[in-house]
Design a protein around this ligand. Structure first.
Ligand SMILES: Cc1cc2nc3c(=O)[nH]c(=O)nc-3n(C[C@H](O)[C@H](O)[C@H](O)COP(=O)(O)OP(=O)(O)OC[C@H]3O[C@@H](n4cnc5c(N)ncnc54)[C@H](O)[C@@H]3O)c2cc1C
Length: 428
């Protein structure tokens, strides 16, 4: 959509209004008189700020070790809190779970968390956008950046208009990794993407996973790089997200004001680091995702734990039999056989972790529990930065999940603050 108010030049242009872009915009607007244009191709920012919006406020959750020290992350998180104003969830009985976990070589991290809920997140985003407008940041929603022009400090919008800048921040999020790769190629910036998280999403009744009453999103680390991720309860649902050529599972929940549905979902992911000959995490994820598409007739698959244990595939006719006492929240997943579609090494480590989890929280492996596959989290393109403020080239910064500088809302916001610090220094 053409935005006629857009000028031809800005001190700073930010592409993407996810938490990374917002973090950068606030920092620059509150600390300088630079002209700032924030561009977002959708009506509202996408990603986790829009969906569920669980915020983690304890290092290292969301902060890749190669870019963040504990001290720095904790310090910048205080700044993030000022904007997102979190209501930190209480945690109970952590010692009980930690003690059980420790005995079998599992670690439970105790993390400060807040949860907004999918139904409330748009209001939060709208209020942040309004605050930015008051700070004179120009916001262009439903405006897509087509490409960055090499060596010219210009971008071209989808409608063909050209805008120049002193500094550009690209924060396109993980879903637009291939667009970012194109821009990195144009800018001749080196990058690699050899890591990917592959796993399942577990859905069960809250009574079989009662830890969520004590700890909203338990962060549990198992051997062989398997971990729990993104737990949802209250009014919790499973969704499928469209990627290029496949669907990946995800989960979210509504705010506490909604009627609980008695279900819980969480991901169990294994981190895979690839070496030669396949060195692209995106590529590996896509291959696995496409295999599921083939096997499921174009969707994602699900299997009851009861069937999985017996080594028999779940079938449509049996999926809701009297043996199984709740219905899946993702209606278009196909009842099938997990072990036919998941590489053995991943399946083995995930199943072992599930058994360990069942030792710590007995009940989670109830026959009714549903295992959905695939949940794929690409680690995106890790560009070669030339300074600690995520600069890849003089005047060009790449931040957020797409750049591997964060893995979650609060850390993405923090990466925006850091890039903004670099820009503020360059204007001194
Ligand atoms: C369904 C879902 C649920 C999640 N739940 C959580 C959660 O509860 N807690 C958590 O910490 N994390 C969650 N995450 C992860 C979280 O979304 C990310 O960690 C975080 O949003 C990354 O921020 P970002 O700013 O880097 O990217 P994003 O939030 O993805 O924002 C990037 C923005 O850039 C825009 N954009 C991309 N390309 C262009 C272009 N060419 N022109 C203009 N605009 C463009 C996109 O439309 C998007 O709005 C979830 C993710 C998903 C998909």
């Amino acid at each position: 959509m053409k935005n006629s108010n857009i000028k031809s030049h800005y001190d700073v242009i930010i592409v993407g209004s996810g938490p990374a872009g917002l973090g950068a915009a606030f920092k620059i607007a509150q600390n300088s008189k630079n002209s700032v244009l924030l561009i977002e191709k959708k009506k509202i920012s996408s990603g986790g700020l829009r969906n569920d919006c669980k915020q983690n406020y304890t290092f290292p959750v969301g902060f890749p070790f190669e870019h963040w020290s504990k001290d720095e992350a904790q310090k910048v998180l205080q700044e993030v809190k000022i904007h997102l104003n979190p209501n930190i969830e209480k945690r109970f009985n952590i010692e009980k779970y930690t003690k059980r976990a420790k005995k079998i070589g599992v670690e439970i991290l105790s993390i400060d968390q807040a949860h907004v809920g999918t139904d409330k997140s748009s209001a939060l985003i709208a209020s942040l956008i309004k605050k930015l407008e008051v700070l004179n940041v120009q916001i262009a929603l439903q405006t897509e950046v087509k490409e960055v022009v090499s060596n010219k400090k210009e971008i071209i919008l989808a409608d063909g208009s050209v805008i120049s800048f002193e500094n550009l921040i690209l924060a396109p999020g993980r879903a637009d990794y291939s667009w970012l790769q194109d821009q990195l190629n144009t800018l001749k910036v080196d990058y690699h993407d050899n890591i990917v998280d592959i796993g399942i999403r577990v859905e069960t009744k809250e009574e079989y996973y009662p830890i969520v009453k004590d700890y909203y999103d338990p962060k549990i680390l198992f051997p062989n790089k398997v971990r729990t991720f993104c737990t949802n309860s209250g009014c919790a649902h499973i969704v499928r997200e469209k990627y290029k050529g496949y669907y990946s599972i995800n989960g979210h929940s509504l705010s506490k004001e909604n009627k609980p549905n008695g279900l819980v979902n969480f991901a169990l992911l294994k981190t895979i680091r690839l070496t030669q000959p396949v060195v692209s995490g995106q590529q590996f994820g896509t291959i696995l995702g496409q295999m599921v598409m083939q096997l499921s007739g174009g969707s994602v698959i699900m299997q009851r734990v009861g069937d999985f244990r017996l080594g028999s595939r779940s079938k449509k006719e049996t999926f809701n039999s009297d043996l199984y006492d709740f219905k899946p929240t993702l209606k278009n997943a196909v009842a099938a056989d997990l072990s036919l579609s998941m590489p053995a090494k991943i399946l083995r480590d995930i199943w072992k972790s599930l058994k360990m989890l069942d030792t710590i929280i007995p009940g989670v492996l109830h026959p009714s529990t549903i295992l959905y596959y695939p949940e794929i989290k690409t680690y995106s393109n890790k560009p070669k930065f030339i300074d600690k403020n995520f600069m890849v080239k003089k005047g060009y910064y790449i931040i957020g999940d797409a750049a591997g500088t964060s893995r979650g809302i609060t850390a993405a916001w923090a990466s925006g603050i850091r890039a903004a610090n670099g820009i503020l220094l360059s204007f001194v």
